[in-house]
Write a protein that binds this ligand. Structure first.
Ligand SMILES: [Zn+2]
Length: 244
């Protein structure tokens, strides 16, 4: 049940393979969606095997490629955590940073990437719902219907060996995906790895809450961590070496 990394979008895109199913996590730009399609095609994997696309949280660099992936994989389901429903319906607000805070937090993460200009253009025009620039929000329609059904303690469709863990702090809706059999954690933007041994994200809506989430995650046996940004960390002995 490997986890495949598709790099080159804003955030890391991961494909979780479980049996004959794949689930895509954090398809941040249309470029990441196209790369996902190429990756599976080269391995002669039928498009129908990519059953679900989901996200660790509802920020543009993690969901901006969903319109494109829905186009490329016509049978795919878009499944988010339950908290996203209010946001999609305009009833609730998931933490969006001010444009200045976005730039301060995102530039160090995005600038080292080879395709950052291409990705920036793709992200700004890819979806209306989480665009960091308020004057652009609402101008572009989403082309997909989302099911906001994922929550802690409930199984993830097509992924019997993985569970969702709520990890608020970076945003209230932040989640991680965890496999106890694989001892693997997809950490989203709760834990990044821009420095080599992993670090708790300081760019967050609620610093006290993200520390509580970190404590919760630290209790898990984790050997492989797949962060939202930065290289995956294999062969860990828990999260002890991660900087807080
Ligand atoms: Zn991110």
């Amino acid at each position: 049940m490997p986890v495949h990394l598709i790099s080159g979008g804003y955030a890391n895109t991961y494909l979780i393979e479980d049996g004959d199913s794949f689930v895509a996590v954090d398809v941040g730009t249309s470029l990441a969606a196209s790369k996902t399609h190429t990756y599976l095609s080269r391995r002669s994997i039928d498009t129908a095997c990519l059953r679900i696309v989901t996200a660790t949280h509802f920020h543009i660099d993690h969901i901006g490629g969903i319109p494109r992936i829905v186009h490329l994989f016509p049978t795919i389901r878009v499944c988010f955590s339950a908290m996203v429903e209010d946001y999609l319906a305009g009833r609730g607000k998931i933490c969006l940073f001010s444009p200045a805070t976005w730039l301060k937090g995102l530039l160090p993460v995005f600038a080292p990437q080879a395709d950052h200009l291409k990705n920036t253009a793709a992200a700004l025009w890819s979806d209306k719902v989480a665009i960091p620039l308020p004057f652009l929000r609402g101008l572009l329609p989403s082309n997909y219907r989302a099911e906001c059904i994922l929550d802690e303690g409930q199984s993830i469709p097509a992924l019997p060996h993985w569970e969702l863990i709520r990890a608020p702090g970076h945003t209230p809706d932040s989640v991680c995906f965890y496999s106890s059999s694989e001892r693997a954690l997809i950490s989203g933007d709760t834990i990044l790895n821009m420095k080599g041994s992993g670090e708790l994200n300081r760019f967050c809506c609620d610093p006290a809450t993200i520390r509580k989430s970190f404590k919760k995650l630290s209790a898990l046996p984790i050997e492989h961590m797949y962060p939202g940004h930065g290289r995956p960390l294999p062969n860990l002995d828990g999260l002890g070496a991660v900087a807080q």
